[in-house]
Design a protein around this ligand. Structure first.
Ligand SMILES: [Fe+2]
Ligand SMILES: [Fe+2]
Length: 470
């Protein structure tokens, strides 16, 4: 069992007390992180006690402590899952070798890149969501937002630790840059496109945590397979925290749907926006948007980088070890989608190694569908269904990038797209309506009118618990 030093300046279970150089380097980065949190974290309520969980151990049982804390006092720390004794690399050309405890020289640049891209998304989402606290539909929701935010901050710590510990000077430089790039900054933006958009309202936030955080889950799950053991152990623990973010999205959208159905029944109409709700058509459009931009995050259908990362043992597939093949994939093929010159969607053969992005994207889509099925159960009474759009819809990356594809998977002309897009993606009017509903509710147990109350509170507390002390 690795010992958790929870009272250290930087809580950790990586033995910082015994590594003076590293500790000093991280203690030097810490005030910059806190300054960033104050400048670009939540715009309000920084001085209000929030009922947050803090990681205090990494074991299966009882890794989290729940208590009211002011966010700047949150105990951001460095936690790696327990090492798995005698772990070997599960895939790629080094399959069967002992995992690496240090970075292999030949993979240094690739690993650094993987850490930087993953790390950059963590503070980016905090920046994107910083205004939402002003319009939280309840104290329960505000608390969940802040929980997600502090944990994304901790995920940044996780990547910054790896950079400092294993990448020397370049690693320290990269850690500084994590706080210098900012979401939406024209001169120095975050690395991935989806992380430079604002999260302007709570419907977007719920969609973001459902669809975009879920991309994060799939990326982390493939990095957890890594032959670089410290990365694997870091991601393993991050995934425990990530589960709550998925929960916030899945239940958040579910509660919006539930409220919409209530209003539809009460007023016997599909158009509930007049009654302070969000029409199903609008929910569908938000879903189309967030699903399609999240699909882009997986990259092009075929990718030499993805093949190289896999062969090198740096990034595996989702649930690599549960898969029934040789885990090296030499000579194996699969099909990936294409659009031919006549505008027809078809398939072409690609090596499985080259097509790993597509494989991960498919696993992700399957997972996304599960939540949609659950939401649809609540919709059974009103005879409407939400549907994930076709994977080619509204894509800016990969095979579909230069084509117009409808949600039903038909390749269409620019004219047809222009004539129909207002029915498929949120319009300015839709966004204005949703924004008009965003009024902060800060009385314990009260909910804004566009969203149903959650069925239970957090950590066995009642729904009307004072999750944030105002
Ligand atoms: Fe994260
Ligand atoms: Fe997350």
């Amino acid at each position: 069992m690795t010992l958790v030093d929870i009272d250290a300046t930087i809580p950790n279970n990586v033995g910082l007390a015994d590594d003076r150089r590293l500790r000093r380097a991280l203690e030097n980065w810490q005030p910059k992180f806190l300054q960033w949190w104050r400048d670009l974290g939540p715009v309000a309520f920084q001085e209000n006690p929030v009922y947050l969980r803090t990681a205090v151990s990494v074991g299966r049982e009882g890794w989290a402590n729940f208590d009211h804390v002011e966010m700047p006092d949150y105990r951001w720390g460095v936690f790696l899952a327990e090492p798995e004794p005698d772990r070997t690399i599960a895939f790629g050309d080094h399959k069967g070798d002992a995992v690496w405890q240090e970075v292999p020289g030949e993979y240094r640049a690739d690993l650094r890149r993987l850490l930087v891209v993953q790390g950059d998304t963590e503070p980016a989402s905090v920046e994107q969501q910083r205004h939402l606290c002003l319009t939280a539909p309840s104290l329960y929701d505000m608390r969940n937002l802040f929980q997600v935010n502090v944990e994304e901050g901790r995920h940044l710590w996780a990547m910054v630790y790896l950079l400092h510990r294993y990448f020397g000077r370049d690693g320290r430089d990269e850690a500084e840059l994590m706080l210098e790039r900012h979401s939406g900054d024209l001169d120095n933006p975050r690395i991935l496109g989806a992380f430079n958009e604002q999260t302007p309202d709570w419907l977007s936030f719920f969609m973001f945590t459902y669809f975009t955080d879920r991309d994060g889950k799939y990326q982390l799950a493939s990095l957890r397979e890594s032959g670089f053991d410290p990365l694997s152990r870091t991601c393993d623990f991050m995934l425990k925290e990530e589960a709550h973010h998925m929960f916030v999205g899945a239940t958040g959208v579910g509660r919006v749907v539930e409220r919409t159905v209530e209003l539809m029944k009460e007023h016997d109409t599909d158009e509930v926006s007049r009654f302070g709700g969000i029409d199903l058509a609008t929910i569908q459009k938000y879903m189309n948007f967030h699903f399609s931009v999240s699909l882009d995050l997986f990259g092009a259908e075929t990718s030499t980088n993805a093949a190289n990362y896999f062969a090198a043992g740096l990034k595996g597939r989702f649930k690599e070890e549960a898969r029934d093949d040789d885990h090296q994939l030499h000579g194996l093929t699969r099909t990936v989608p294409t659009v031919d010159d006549d505008g027809r969607i078809g398939e072409r053969e690609a090596t499985q190694l080259a097509a790993l992005n597509e494989t991960l994207r498919e696993d992700y889509v399957e997972d996304c569908q599960k939540g949609v099925d659950r939401w649809n159960r609540a919709l059974a009474d009103v005879g409407v269904e939400l549907r994930l759009p076709h994977s080619g819809f509204n894509r800016a990356v990969g095979e579909f990038r230069d084509h117009r594809v409808g949600p039903d998977g038909r390749v269409i002309s620019d004219e047809e797209w222009a004539a129909s897009v207002d029915g498929w993606l949120p319009t300015d009017a839709d966004r204005e309506h949703v924004e008009s509903l965003m009024v902060g509710v800060t009385e314990p147990g009260k909910m804004a009118g566009w969203v149903a109350a959650p069925s239970t509170g957090i950590h066995q507390q009642p729904v009307d618990f004072e999750y944030v002390r105002i």
